[in-house]
Ligand binder design. Structure first.
Ligand code: ATP
Length: 194
């Protein structure tokens, strides 16, 4: 069984690509979503977060996302610290997911951060969903009704797309010129046959 990673910057279209794979009955592990669930359910994670970020990190037992976002999206080292706490739990959870689908030709892990961390080791191939910056900003503004400056601030904390292009094994172009469905279908038939 091949473990395919799908990554891309904010608004690149990773989730959209993964939804197409799901239509083809390929199991997709959404690492960012799953990590949010684990933060709410694993007492060990909560203990470590409170230790490093204070009691305010949880409000009435619920993860205080606005408080934590205010800290980690301003300071890269804090973001790394938080990821370092959560990451081992997500990796273990991902391993369990892999075991469950070991009989299939391939499965997918979707994550915003993949090429820049050691999580690269938990997958066999990485596909980068690529879209030009302006298009990504436009799509996120339409999706989230947020401020352009806020989107740009988050983008600036991510690895530049040019660097990701060099590190990825495959590229899925979501630039408004290439057909997303055709690219996914082609990849699916290649991976299903291997
Ligand atoms: P994030 O990292 O912010 O979660 P993402 O990489 O998962 O983003 P998506 O949520 O899949 O990106 O896409 C961003 C927005 O752009 C969504 O509203 C999605 O519907 C839209 N979008 C993505 N690809 C296309 C496309 N090819 N044509 C039109 N809209 C698109």
């Amino acid at each position: 069984m091949l473990r395919l990673g799908i990554t891309g910057g904010i608004g690149s279209g990773k989730s959209t690509v993964c939804r197409i794979f799901e239509f083809l009955d390929v199991p997709v592990y959404y690492a960012d979503q799953r990590s949010k669930e684990l933060v709410s359910t694993q007492p060990e994670i909560r203990k470590a977060i409170v230790h490093y970020f204070g009691e305010e990190a949880f409000k009435d037992g619920i993860y205080n996302r606005p408080y934590m976002a205010g800290i980690v999206f301003k300071d890269k080292s804090k973001l790394e610290l938080l990821n370092g706490i959560i990451h081992p739990f997500v990796l273990k959870d991902w391993d369990e997911f892999c075991s469950k689908y070991a009989h299939l030709p391939y499965i997918i892990k979707e994550a915003a951060i993949m090429l820049e961390t050691e999580s690269r080791n938990s997958i066999d191939k990485v596909a980068l969903v690529y879209a030009p910056k302006e298009l990504r900003i436009q799509r996120v503004l339409e999706r989230d009704h947020t401020e352009k400056a806020a989107v740009e601030a988050r983008m600036n904390m991510q690895m530049p797309e040019e660097e990701k292009l060099k590190k990825a094994d495959l590229v899925i172009y979501n630039d408004g010129e290439h057909s997303l469905i055709e690219q996914v279908l082609k990849l699916h038939s290649q991976l299903s046959a291997s």
